[in-house]
Write a protein that binds this ligand. Structure first.
Ligand SMILES: NC(=O)c1ccc[n+]([C@@H]2O[C@H](COP(=O)([O-])OP(=O)(O)OC[C@H]3O[C@@H](n4cnc5c(N)ncnc54)[C@H](OP(=O)(O)O)[C@@H]3O)[C@@H](O)[C@H]2O)c1
Length: 281
C-alpha cells in the first residue's frame, strides 16, 4: 500500500455542512489539500449512490465522515461498513467518524469503524449549538417562538467550532488514533434557558413553548416534512435527547482546553446578524 504523504488530500464528507465546512476551512488554512465530499463536490459524493464513493476516496490519506441525515437512522451502520470497505480498497488510511450520543445505531456504526482495519477516531457529539442558527431551529428562533417536545430536559450543547478543532486534530495528528472523544459543551442547559440566552444576546423576545410529542409530530406533518425526517426528529426527541445527560471531556482530552460555552456561542452568532430579522411564524 502507498505510504500516506502530506500532499495526499483529505476527504471531508459533509464538507458543506455544519461541522464539515469548518473542518474543510481549517484544513485549507493549514495548507492541507481538501476534497469536499458532497453532492456538489468534485468529484461528487452522494450517500444515495455508492458508485460515487470510490472516486471521491481515491488517493486520499484520510476521510472525515459526517453521515447524512443521521447515524440514528436504521441501516446507517451497514452504509458506514460499505464506505469503510471502499475506503480501505481506495488506499485511505484514516477515518474520523462524527457520531451521536445515546444512539444505538450510531454506536453500531462506531463499532464498524473501529473494526474496519483503518486508523480511526470517533468524535461522539451532544446536540450542536449551531442547530439554533444554522439548522432545524433557525426558523422558529426568527419567528420568535421555539416549540419543542421537551420539558426540563438538560443537554450539554456542543459548539461546531470545537468539533471542527477536534476533527482536524484527529485527521492530522497520530496521537488521536484509536481515541473516542465524548464531545459536549462545558455545562448542561435546558432548552428554555438556551432560548433565553439567544433572546438576550440578540435583544429580542423569543419564547420557548414545551409541546407534547404528538402535537409536535402533527405540527411537522402540517409543515409538509417528509415522513422519514419526522421519524428521525421523533426518535431524537424521545430516545436520544437528554437521556443520561452528562458532560463529556472530549475537547479537554483532545485539545487540552475547555470547550466553548453556549453564552459565547449565542453572543457571537447574534453578532453575525443571523437572528436579527423576525419572520412570521
Ligand atoms: N445536529 C446535531 O445536533 C448533531 C448532533 C450529533 C451528531 N450529529 C450528526 O452530524 C451529522 C450531520 O448532521 P447535521 O445536522 O449537522 O447536518 P449537516 O452537516 O449540516 O448536513 C448537511 C451536509 O450533508 C450533506 N448531504 C446531504 N444529503 C447528502 C447526500 N445524499 N449525499 C452526500 N451528502 C449529503 C450536505 O451536502 P450537499 O447538500 O452539498 O450534498 C451537507 O454537507 C449526522 O450524521 C448527525 O448524526 C448531529
Amino acid at each position: 500500500m502507498k505510504p500516506m504523504t502530506s500532499t495526499d488530500p483529505i476527504l471531508v464528507i459533509g464538507g458543506t455542512g455544519k461541522t464539515g465546512r469548518r473542518v474543510a476551512a481549517r484544513l485549507a488554512a493549514r495548507g492541507v489539500p481538501v476534497r469536499i465530499g458532497s453532492r456538489t463536490g468534485t468529484p461528487p459524493f452522494d450517500w444515495e449512490d455508492p458508485a460515487t464513493w470510490a472516486p471521491a476516496l481515491r488517493g486520499t490519506r484520510a476521510a472525515y465522515i459526517s453521515f447524512f441525515p443521521d447515524l440514528a437512522v436504521p441501516g446507517a451502520p451497514a452504509t458506514i461498513a460499505e464506505l469503510a470497505r471502499t475506503a480501505l480498497a481506495a488506499g485511505t488510511r484514516r477515518l474520523v467518524l462524527l457520531s451521536g450520543r445515546n444512539e444505538v445505531e450510531a454506536q453500531r456504526a462506531e463499532d464498524v469503524v473501529r473494526a474496519c482495519g483503518l486508523d480511526w477516531t470517533i468524535v461522539r457529539c451532544a446536540f450542536f449549538s449551531q442547530n439554533f442558527d444554522e439548522g432545524a431551529w433557525l426558523e422558529e428562533v426568527l419567528a420568535g417562538r421555539v416549540s419543542l417536545p421537551v420539558r426540563d430536559v438538560l443537554e450539554p450543547f456542543v459548539d461546531a467550532d470545537d468539533i471542527a478543532d477536534v476533527v482536524v486534530a484527529a485527521l492530522t495528528d497520530d496521537r488521536h488514533v484509536g481515541q473516542l472523544y465524548e464531545m459536549t459543551g462545558p455545562r448542561l442547559l435546558n432548552f428554555e434557558d438556551a432560548v433565553a440566552e439567544i433572546a438576550a444576546a440578540v435583544g429580542r423576545d423569543i419564547s420557548f413553548v414545551s409541546v407534547s410529542i404528538d402535537d409536535y409530530v402533527a405540527m411537522l406533518k402540517e409543515y409538509g416534512l417528509p415522513d422519514d425526517f419526522i421519524w428521525l426528529l421523533n426518535h431524537l426527541f424521545t430516545e436520544v435527547l437528554g437521556s443520561k445527560a452528562q458532560l463529556g471531556d472530549g475537547v479537554q482530552r483532545a485539545l487540552g482546553r475547555q470547550p466553548r460555552d453556549f453564552t459565547d456561542y449565542a453572543r457571537e452568532a447574534a453578532a453575525t446578524g443571523v437572528w436579527a430579522s423576525s419572520v412570521e411564524a
